[in-house]
Design a protein around this ligand. Structure first.
Ligand SMILES: [Zn+2]
Length: 439
């Protein structure tokens, strides 16, 4: 059965499609959720038998399970489940089909095809339990902003999104489309963020933010998946990255830096970026600097395994497979050191490089590499919300926050692998996946 707003159950996939926005005169929907186990990520504890009261799109109260549900409330029984805040992925790519290594694939697809790929990816992300994502880049500029808006106005089913709009990258750098012949001109909307001087960086940051992006993603080093670039090589000076940080600050927002190499990480951290993406070749000095400056680490420590297996199977270029091998285990070792040093950790997976339905697969990897299960879950909820600056609305099951609620069968904290099979997804008080309809 489908609850929340006007809904329609598609039995085959257990998806509830919200109908048109309710008429103004309707009372906000009132729902009471019986939670067998409720994970309080703020206090770091699991509480048995709780009642979550949801009015409209927000959590109204969390009470002991013995409390009588408010009259008129629709009751959802999740007493055999572990109930957690909606998950958050701080490094996701909703647009395109990145699981194919053909570097020029984005040029073979129309803008409409790119947008519809986002519709598919957003839907599977939400149904995997991720009610919020930070989308850190699309080759075709600002398709992510259009997807965010379409989700927000109810046209498309998907997570809440904060978007980067385009990659700020040097010419032929980590954020460029590569693989075309030297005399072929790549269209301008795939090169929206290309900037080679501090002044150009400022100008592109303004254009991206004026175009509707929420924050800035700068490519501080080369990339594993961009052929010809070197993950260890710095692509911007500290001064150029600082130009992005200062310009973004003028708009009240921040910069996150794609950075594998240790020198690129240090330049970005000194320049004042809010987070480091990947961090694969981080060294002790960079870790100490991140700790000192409070810089977040968003390390995608699962997908190296996926790329290795899928890439071999599908004949991905040797160069990509080699760079993936060179960064996977060093990244995990660096992650363990960063955790031990007390660097702030937020969950980010590079989903899109692998299928979005696997977005929770990284949780047990984080436990394997130094976090407790509670810390790992917190990285994908409260900490992620803090990195995004959204902790006032999402990231924990707290009265007053948006009712983004996910349930996993049984005692999910005993084995975070169980998060691969979330049974129930509510976003903003609307049920999108219903536990009763799940196998
Ligand atoms: Zn990425």
């Amino acid at each position: 059965m489908c609850l929340g707003r006007l809904g329609l159950l598609l039995a085959a996939s257990a998806v509830c499609l919200p109908g048109p926005a309710p008429a103004q005169s309707r009372q906000p929907a009132l729902t009471a959720i019986r939670a067998g186990r409720l994970v309080d990520v703020e206090r770091g504890e699991v509480r048995r038998d709780q009642l979550i009261v949801v009015r409209g799109e927000r959590i109204e109260a969390i009470q002991p399970g013995t409390t009588r549900p408010p009259s008129g409330a629709t009751v959802i029984d999740l007493s055999r489940y572990t109930v957690v805040p909606g998950l958050i992925d701080c490094h996701a790519h909703m647009i395109g089909d990145l699981t194919d290594a053909d570097a020029l694939l984005p040029l073979q697809r129309s803008g409409a095809e790119e947008a519809f790929s986002g519709v598919r990816n957003a839907r599977s992300t939400l149904l995997a339990g991720f009610t919020t994502v930070r989308d850190v880049g699309t080759y075709r500029a600002l398709v992510d902003a259009a997807l965010r808006d379409a989700i927000d106005d109810g046209t498309v089913i998907g997570p809440r999104m904060a978007v980067a709009g385009a990659y700020v990258t040097v010419t032929s750098g980590g954020g460029e489309l590569i693989g075309a012949a030297q005399d072929v001109t790549i269209p301008a909307d795939y090169r929206f963020g290309v900037a080679n001087t501090a002044d150009e960086v400022r100008e592109r940051v303004r254009a991206i933010l004026n175009g509707g992006a929420d924050f800035i993603k700068i490519m501080a080093t080369g990339a594993v998946l961009t052929q010809g670039t070197r993950p260890g090589a710095s692509e911007y000076t500290e001064e150029q990255i600082r130009a992005a940080v200062e310009q973004a600050a003028e708009y009240g927002t921040y910069v996150t830096a794609h950075a594998h190499g240790a020198e690129g990480i240090k330049r970005a951290v000194r320049a004042g970026v809010r987070s480091i993406e990947h961090g694969s070749l981080v060294d002790d000095e960079a870790i100490a600097l991140m700790k000192e400056k409070g810089t977040w680490l968003v390390a995608d420590i699962y997908n190296g395994d996926y790329i290795a297996a899928h890439g071999r199977e599908h004949d991905w270029p040797e160069e990509i497979l080699r760079k993936n091998e060179e960064t996977t285990e060093t990244q995990r070792a660096g992650f363990r050191k960063a955790v031990a040093a007390g660097v702030r950790i937020a969950y980010g997976t590079d989903s899109g490089v692998y299928p979005h339905r696997f977005a929770a697969r990284q949780l047990p990897y984080m436990v394997r590499h130094g976090l407790t299960p509670m810390q790992a879950l917190r990285s994908a909820t409260l900490s992620a919300a803090k990195l995004m600056g959204w902790e006032d609305r999402v990231g924990s099951l707290t009265a007053g926050k948006l009712a983004d609620i996910v349930a996993v069968p049984g005692d999910a904290m005993a084995d975070l692998k169980s998060f691969e099979n979330v049974a129930f997804v509510m976003k903003g008080g609307t049920v999108y996946k219903d536990a009763k309809a799940s196998p």
